[in-house]
Design a protein around this ligand. Structure first.
Ligand SMILES: [Zn+2]
Length: 94
């Protein structure tokens, strides 16, 4: 069989898929950083445009799974959204 036949391509695809599955996803705040602190310092309750990406149009917070945040950044985003609500920058739900 030729070394570069369709079988080889299939094996390549399988390898790619496995890599995708086993690769650990990084949250958008800590991406490419050695420590999380630098990234987490960028979470700001005054930056409404930034926080709007983590809530539904109604103002509900996305889950960690949906937003892709790690536990620490999700916790900080949650606190930031809640504070922004108190400062009437963002809407309450319901
Ligand atoms: Zn993170």
């Amino acid at each position: 069989m030729a070394p570069n036949g369709p079988t080889r391509q299939k094996a390549k695809d399988k390898k790619k898929r496995l890599k995708k599955l086993t690769e650990k996803a990084q949250c958008r705040w800590c991406k490419g950083l050695k420590t999380c602190e630098e990234g987490l310092a960028r979470i700001d309750w005054k930056n409404v445009d930034q926080l709007q990406r983590f809530v539904t149009p109604q103002g509900k917070l996305f889950s960690r799974k949906r937003s892709g945040n790690c536990s620490r950044s999700q916790s900080l985003v949650k606190a930031a959204v809640k504070y922004a609500r108190q400062m009437s920058l963002m809407p309450y739900v319901g």
